[in-house]
Design a binder for this molecule. Structure first.
Ligand code: G3I
Ligand code: 9MR
Length: 586
């Protein structure tokens, strides 16, 4: 070693030992870490007098990289000013921290292949913990084992849902499924986008998922675990259809939210309420998509694919006859008792649900009559999906199956592909201007109730743009939002329970609050920053990208929900599946 570099090494050594063990949560980064050849960015959210940053080994003994912080950047989404530590050039696998003189060192992170495997598996396993009507056994659930939640074997038909053959008070079984979120109810509309997203993850990355196991009771049954998990909820969804007319009940619910108790403790009556157009179309889409996937597992699941398809056709027919049955909870409560005050998921616009259902039926049946329902959708703008806007799910599915379509359909699809990539281009274009170098935050309106679901869904758009164009820039952009969810954000939290060093500890999740276990149920994604703060709880920070409160009161930013976990499953697993193809890992 030359004298000069020996001196540098010595001074760094002294510096590093002097900051030993002092964590700074003002250095935000992906708390799992980075793929060796991917972009690697940490964000400094406090003012510092130095311009240098260092990467130190996990034992804090060696400095392995030195870099310069960027200029200060004012964030568009809060009063924070950031400086970027870009260490993309450093590719050596290992475990490290970022050290910044005057600030301390970051949480430890790794540079490794498969770096997001833990969150990829945990986020999928999170659904197992939401299962309603079966006990969670210790060998699968570990310390979060619990007895079965609501049996839902004798659920009342609410007066809003009464029909001649199923009058008010009729008892039906609507067992199983996942709890929607931190609450104990089951909503078809929100199950719609959730299931569509999980099934799409499987369809897009089936060879990856074929070997991914999550240690659930069905593991090893020759069906991929992502499908085993989704089928648990699918079987519940099938119970939500009135077999007499094909209409689908909006939800299976208590009259009011349960208290913060363990699942199944309360024995209050449960109801299926009003059939609706959104519920029926979402159901038709999910069951049509399920049917073509499950068909490949006919031996293990005899008859299920056919049952799904016939259920789908019946739900579609019901929706054709009832094109504007809005679920308006307030109006319903003026007419019927008991009043229902649980989540509404009340959507008033069904063009997107119709488009999605028609695409899934068209793909599964090859029946051209569904195709004519797509024209309006082809003409409309591409928009980010959410529980009440599922048109993009139809776009994704059409694109995924394009090879099996005729030339004329394929040329129609070009319109969709162009719209999708143009939409993704806007995301890519704004990253450099973002103080956290992420896609989320491109627009302050990203920070709504469930903003973390927005981030994950933005990445799914980008992954689709990559699958269309094979241009790596879209995957780099998609990864930026995964880094965000893992901690590279204005709050400094990793928003997935059980992952990272500083992660969500007190989600608005009844089981996690009531079970007496310090750690929350793992693998669940918190809603994320939401300046709306509709919960009126305490928030230390209230600006768009900082309005996150890790207290169980704060349901508007710290609840978990299946429709946010599902795009995280898609995103984290897609990154794992694509890491070699795109050159992040080798
Ligand atoms: O539709 C309007 C839009 O026109 C307007 O521009 C925008 C401005 O804020 O608001 C939009 O409405 C929002 C609506 O979601 C649709 O996105 C409401 O403000 C917002 O309060 C509403 O939040 C929903 C929340 O329930 C309250 O209803 C969340 O999206 C939804 O994820 C959440 O879901 C709850 C279930 O009800 C119950 N189970 C838990 C679950 C998660 O918290
Ligand atoms: O726990 C409920 C949560 O799942 C919902 O997302 C949220 C909005 O509908 O409502 C929560 O329940 C609260 C209720 O709305 C008002 N009283 C306090 C409840 C939380 O303990």
């Amino acid at each position: 070693m030359k004298l000069k570099s020996r001196l540098l090494f010595f001074s760094l050594f002294l510096y590093v030992t002097s900051i030993a063990q002092k964590y700074s949560d003002k250095i935000s980064l992906d708390q799992l870490g980075y793929y060796p050849k991917a972009s690697k960015i940490a964000v400094v959210t406090d003012s510092v007098s130095t311009s240098e940053f260092f990467i130190v080994t996990a034992d804090l003994k060696d400095t392995v990289y030195k870099g310069l912080l960027s200029e200060t950047k004012q964030s568009n989404n809060s009063s924070l000013k950031t400086r970027i530590a870009d260490f993309s050039k450093f590719q050596k696998k290992g475990s490290y921290a970022i050290a910044i003189p005057g600030l301390g060192n970051s949480y430890f992170f790794s540079i490794a292949n498969n770096i997001h495997h833990a969150v990829a598996v945990a986020s999928l396993k999170g659904f197992y913990y939401q299962r309603v009507s079966m006990p969670l056994e210790k060998k699968f659930a570990g310390k979060w084992a619990r007895s079965a939640g609501h049996p839902d074997t004798a659920v009342y038909v609410h007066p809003s849902a009464a029909s001649d053959l199923r009058p008010t008070g009729t008892k039906i079984s609507s067992s199983g499924g996942w709890y929607d979120a931190g609450d104990y109810n089951k909503y078809i509309v929100n199950s719609g986008i959730t299931m569509g997203t999980l099934f799409s993850a499987y369809e897009d990355f089936h060879s990856y998922f074929d070997t991914l196991q999550t240690n659930i009771p069905e593991s090893g049954n020759h069906i991929p675990d992502i499908l085993n998990e989704a089928i648990y909820n699918l079987r519940w969804m099938l119970t939500m259809q009135d077999p007499n007319d094909g209409g689908v009940y909006h939800k299976c619910t208590n009259a009011a939210f349960d208290g913060m108790v363990m699942p199944g403790v309360t024995k209050l009556p449960r109801y299926v309420v009003q059939k609706g157009t959104a519920a029926s179309l979402d159901f038709a889409a999910v069951t049509a998509q399920a049917s073509r996937i499950i068909k490949h597992f006919e031996e293990q699941l005899p008859g299920l694919a056919d049952s799904c398809l016939s259920a789908s056709l019946k739900a579609w027919t019901w929706a054709e006859k009832n094109p504007d049955s809005v679920y308006d909870q307030n109006a319903m409560n003026k007419k019927f008792e008991p009043k229902i005050s649980t989540g509404a998921y009340g959507d008033r616009h069904f063009d997107d649900e119709k488009f999605w259902a028609a695409t899934e039926l068209f793909i599964t049946t090859n029946d051209a009559s569904y195709y004519k329902n797509l024209e309006k959708g082809f003409q409309s703008l591409f928009t980010l999906p959410s529980w009440n806007n599922v048109q993009a799910l139809g776009f994704y599915s059409l694109k995924r199956h394009e090879k099996k379509f005729s030339q004329s359909v394929q040329s129609d699809l070009q319109i969709i592909k162009n719209k999708l990539t143009q939409f993704a281009d806007v995301y890519v274009a704004h990253i450099s201007d973002n103080a956290f170098k992420t896609v989320i935050g491109e627009n302050t309106k990203d920070f709504i109730w469930g903003s973390n679901g927005v981030a994950a869904n933005e990445s799914i758009v980008l992954i689709n743009a990559y699958m269309i164009t094979k241009e790596k820039k879209y995957i780099d952009a998609a990864l930026s939002n995964l880094n965000y969810l893992m901690g590279s954000n204005a709050t400094g939290y990793c928003f997935v329970t059980g992952i990272g060093t500083k992660s969500t500890m007190h989600p608005h999740h009844r089981q996690s609050v009531a079970d007496g276990i310090v750690e929350p149920v793992p693998g669940l994604l918190a809603g994320g920053p939401n300046p709306g703060r509709q919960d009126h709880c305490h928030y230390d920070f209230v600006e768009p990208e900082t309005a996150y409160s890790d207290i169980d009161c704060a349901y508007a930013s710290n609840e978990i929900a299946i429709n946010w976990n599902a795009p995280l499953v898609y995103l984290a697993n897609a990154m794992e599946a694509l890491q070699y193809e795109v050159g992040f890992s080798k």
